[in-house]
Design a protein around this ligand. Structure first.
Ligand code: ZN
Length: 175
């Protein structure tokens, strides 16, 4: 169990390293995405005052999402009580959305906080990786021959079209 967890953390770290190679010249890639910087091919599908949701540009699986804090924060300890609630409520809403559209069998949800933990993007963000049961190991993420069944743009369109039905004002207020 520990080995599996370690592998998955390593995989996420390397994933961010891969992303880093193509990183444009901005101070913080997630702040740039938040601000719709033209250098960044934005895959943002939701935003509010506390967090925003972006598709991972090198997804492990269809609907691999990241929830990032809207303010540039770098540690869980910097989150306020209401931010913690809001971010986890957002993750619940995203799971309802992904469950409905993609029917995954499980999820990996994780954070790499700090360079020594494999985090190459300092800006605090949660990975939400749906798991479909038929994949090979997590490490396959590095294989250049890996083919995702659905293109990133198609996934984005599908999620964008539906996300408004899940992350509603009522959803955040009534639970
Ligand atoms: Zn930032």
């Amino acid at each position: 169990m520990i080995t599996i967890f370690k592998k998955w953390l390593q995989a996420l770290g390397k994933l961010e390293y891969v992303q880093g190679k193509a990183r444009p010249n901005v101070d913080c890639i997630l702040c740039a995405v938040r601000d719709n910087d033209k250098q960044v091919k934005t895959l943002k599908i939701y935003e509010d005052k506390i967090c925003f949701v972006v598709l991972n540009i090198y997804p492990y699986n269809p609907a691999h999402l990241m929830v990032a804090t809207t303010q540039h924060k770098t540690k869980i300890l910097e989150l306020t009580r209401s931010e913690i609630l809001h971010i986890f409520r957002t993750i619940q809403g995203l799971q309802l959305l992904i469950n409905n559209l993609y029917h995954p069998k499980g999820y990996n949800i994780g954070i790499n906080q700090g360079k020594d933990a494999g985090g190459s993007i300092e800006h605090l963000h949660f990975h939400i990786v749906p798991r479909y049961g038929s994949e090979l190991g997590f490490i396959d993420i590095f294989s250049e021959t890996r083919v995702l069944p659905e293109g990133l743009e198609a996934v984005k369109k599908k999620l964008e079209k539906n996300i408004g039905n899940y992350l509603t004002k009522e959803f955040f207020e009534n639970y």
